[in-house]
Design a protein. Sequence first.
Length: 768
Amino acid sequence: TAVGKSIPHDSAVGHVTGAASYIDDLPCRVDELFVGFVGSPVANGTIKSIDISKAIDAQGVACVLTSKDVGPHNIFGPLFCDEPFLADKELLYVGQPVVVIAAETEQALAEARNLVTIEAEPENPIFSIDDAIASEHFIGPTRRIKRGHPIKAIAGATHQLSGEFRIAGQEHFYLESQAAVAFPGEQNQLVVHSSTQNTTEIQTMVAEVLGLSMHQVVCICKRMGGAFGGKETQAVIPALMASLVAQRTGRAARIVYDKDTDMCVTGKRHPYRCNWHVGFESDGTIVGLKVDFFSDGGSAADLSTSVMERTLLHAENAYYIEDIEINGRVCRTNFPPNTAFRGFGGPQAIASMENIIERVAEKLKIDSLDLRLINVYGDTDRNVTPYGQLYTGNHLTEIMTTLAETSNYRDRIAGLDQKNKNDSLRLHGITMTPVKFGISFTTKFLNQANALINVYTDGTVQVSTGGTEMGQGLNTKIRQLVADEFGIPFPSVIVMPTSTEKNNNTSPTAASAGTDLNGAAAVDGCRIIKSRLANFAAELLASPKDGLIPSPEHIAFTDGMVRDRRQPNAGMTFAELTRKARMERIDLGARGFYKTPGVDFNRETGRGNPFLYYTQGAAVAEVSIDRFTGELSVERVDLLMDIGKSINPKVDMGQITGGFIQGMGWVTAESLVYDDGGRLLTHSPTTYKIPAITDLPIDFRCAMFPNDDNLHCVRRSKAVGEPPLMLGIAVWAAVKNALTYLPSEKDPNLKLPATGEEILRCLTEMEC
Ligand code: MTE
Ligand code: LUZ
Ligand code: MOS
């Protein structure tokens, strides 16, 4: 069988040789135009005038388009229709698209962009959560989840602490920038190739904005060069630009953002402010918690309210807190709309909770792991979440105690005081943080998928689903699942490019549920075909003279053969069976479908079962910081993740280690710096520092927690994509822990990320 084996990612060779093709690798059609745009010069204001006359007359320019060319439906959005495609009056962030230009060559395009002038009447912009709150600029209402009487519980507790915690954003830094190529067809039809996590979203938005019907638009995505949530909604604008040009000119149109443009104009992980009050007993039991989250949503809703919803649903992270109130509000500011990013509001929630845990541990002078184990969710009681979902399949205590042993946590902690006393140059810290991440879209209807299975008469199979490949290995896993269903070799199955022509009404490949949903739909499709084939094979394998009349249940599909289980020597190859089936006019194609059972969440009451199950894990990080410069070194990291029975252990290990490092980058290094006009200054790898190979933990160990109890998912697997990102928080918490070894009693309220500058600030504040 293929499932459970570490089959290499099916584009691994292509990725490293360059043979794997991305949007900009599509061959140019002879009539193709290059598309670009000119964006808003100000972060907030109104358009006084747009002068495109010089650009129109420039050599090699095919067309210059503004909102006037878009038609009545110049507005879109995944949840709320509140985001203009091309700004018509109001300007809401620097770089917001205003003018679209199409030219014969990239050179001509670059020149024409400089010939456009946009005159704006600037207004006072809002660049911070605090300013947005002060001027009551919000997106959507306050959302709340509440259980019991937290204010009373906090007041009645032996100890209280409160604080304000600041969390910054994060750039996705996918390698392939936002890109699309649109081909016009007959009768107003369009084929749009897009680097998108969500082909249906592109199809829908292109149809709506261009005034077409959905059946006139096909969206195709072969693969993305990374997405990380940044292409869940934000592939729409470039796809609209290419489509608009294709529709207006009748020519093929290509747009590929350069890296700087991409970083400047696309949304990021939401910055947060978190105000918290906690009450706890002297043994460490947390009895009450109240948290108010404010996120920076940017200038339009995008997915911000949904992201905030996931924040509320992860505010307690791994801990049972009887009396709890969690509030969340999205702020409107003059930045590009912030969007999905691996973890989707979960990372901010979990970092906030782990900050509180570190503070409580410091106050009580008890080991933070002991504190965590006192408060962690129980198995038989203390196992209901604040929103009323029973937490089943909880292995947190086992995971944390196992990891404590394998990482030698207790001995290392015991030695830490001495280590810090002996080292006058560096401060050392160690912390373990757990993660419990809910799997399912919290928007119920998105928890569905369909699959198209084509079986050919040489015994090979093509699978198509709405799932998109962004490097995470979805296609490899689906191939493994389908190969096993038919009992045929892995190479006999190919996953085809995602296209709305084959799979309609699809959900984004997101929420880590790509395999859970699309894998299950593919298996369903295979079983439909298998049941037809089993009936037919039973007829073929009947051997009345031996008294053996097989019924379909006796038919097995294994090792490329189709056999009667009771007469293993009689049988035929899968290929032979498919040929005979065709001759007998048996349908060798099917469409599978899957919908997640049982999930339901009531937004108004803040109660329900939003998740099918949880993926869980823990990380121990040891860091050292330079006492004089704040420079950070990650000395050792041990990860332990429960991802059920892995469909592909090495691909999943790549997800775990990669996710962790991406999280570590967010909490320690990556820093978005804007000038006071709201222009992003760190818009390229020279100034925006994602983790490099030299930033890896010096000693990096990663293991999977053996668990085969997840009956919810295909082959007892579990979602893996996002949860490991939140293990990166352990590195931040370890920095915080290191600072507690300074003699000062003061808490410097370390912000996230703990960059060198931020650590230095804390060191300086604590020394005086
Ligand atoms: N891994 C790679 N290599 N590239 C990506 O863009 N995106 C992550 C994760 N792992 C991503 C990735 C995010 S945000 C999600 S939601 C999941 O993959 C989506 O894929 P899955 O549901 O198939 O795991
Ligand atoms: N997208 C979404 C997501 O629409 N709903 C979700 O719950 C979600 N979770 C994670 C990532 N994307
Ligand atoms: Mo991932 S943020 O769900 O695309």
